[in-house]
Design a protein around this ligand. Structure first.
Ligand SMILES: C[S@@+](CC[C@H](N)C(=O)[O-])C[C@H]1O[C@@H](n2cnc3c(N)ncnc32)[C@H](O)[C@@H]1O
Length: 271
């Protein structure tokens, strides 16, 4: 359930739904990540787990033709959406199908950035430490992750709906443990320090979506929850969609809390 190949399958299947929610979720938060990492003209950026380009696209606009953005993801379906959005305007932005745990690319980079990506890596600490080693001394590592409590009420309704339809309690994902270690300003600050970055700055971002029926289901079919439902039949998917809407209504949940944490650490050393 938790290997890069599993994530490729999940996010390939999720890519259409992921793209539908991008304008209200991934893109505005990706813009915040880029603002914090602050790439400038001519810089070289590695976007780790780039998805459909929520942060790679704005970074590419900022670095311009003298710079470069390597946007790396295992899911071809996600990369195809990103390439279509870039069109022919940003030839210095490459959407690359690869596993970031072995990517070296054209290091050194000035900025390594990742939106909602590092907690998917098989060993978040070792893999991120290696990615940070691709930075030049003085380069920045910018990471965006879910805040504690974000998604929680919605997730409870999703997991209950799955159980109601399948009769099975979902397996907890190892990625959740990794995500919990960087779900606060203190957590992300300590983690960036532990992978060798200093100084570190961190902030909390409030972001809330008003739920309707279509968005509620896209938040299942277009995100990591897609892995949960991958074995359900078409009929069971429809039953789960109805159960989710019932659960949300019964719990009075009409908003999706996408609160996030943003951290930026610097690779020590003189350029
Ligand atoms: C939640 S999405 C985030 C996408 C994008 N950064 C954004 O904020 O919209 C996580 C992405 O991580 C990718 N991913 C997971 N493990 C990966 C790995 N080992 N190498 C490359 N991409 C990976 C998935 O395919 C998926 O597109």
């Amino acid at each position: 359930m938790d290997t890069p190949a599993d994530h490729a399958a999940t996010f390939d299947a999720a890519s259409a739904g992921f793209a539908r929610i991008a304008p209200v979720l991934w893109n505005p938060l990706g813009e915040r990540l880029v603002r914090a990492g602050a790439p400038v003209a001519g810089e070289r950026v590695l976007d780790v787990c780039c998805g459909t380009g929520a942060s790679a696209l704005p970074a590419a606009r900022l670095v311009g033709p003298a710079g470069a953005v390597d946007a790396v993801d295992v899911a071809d379906g996600m990369l195809a959406v990103g390439r279509a959005a870039a069109g022919s305007d940003l030839p210095w932005l490459r959407f690359i199908p690869a596993d970031v745990t072995t990517w070296t690319g054209d290091a050194p980079y000035d900025l390594v950035q990742s939106g909602y990506g590092v907690f998917f890596l098989p060993d978040m600490d070792a893999d991120s430490r290696r990615l940070a080693s691709l930075l030049r001394p003085g380069g920045r590592f910018a990471v965006l992750a879910w805040s504690s409590g974000a998604l929680r009420t919605f997730a409870t309704c999703v997991l209950r709906a799955y159980e109601q339809v399948s009769g099975e309690r979902p397996e907890p994902s190892r990625n959740l443990d990794a995500a919990a270690r960087i779900d606060s300003r203190d957590g992300v600050t300590a983690w960036l320090g532990a992978i060798g970055l200093t100084p570190v700055a961190a902030e909390h971002i409030d972001h809330t979506l008003e739920l309707d029926e279509a968005l509620s289901w896209d938040l299942v079919m277009g995100t990591g929850y897609r892995a949960l439902v991958s074995d359900l039949s078409v009929d069971d998917l429809e039953r789960m969609r109805c159960a989710l809407l019932d659960n949300l209504a019964a719990a009075g949940v009409d908003h999706f809390d996408a609160g996030s944490v943003l951290g930026v650490g610097v690779r020590p050393g003189v350029r």
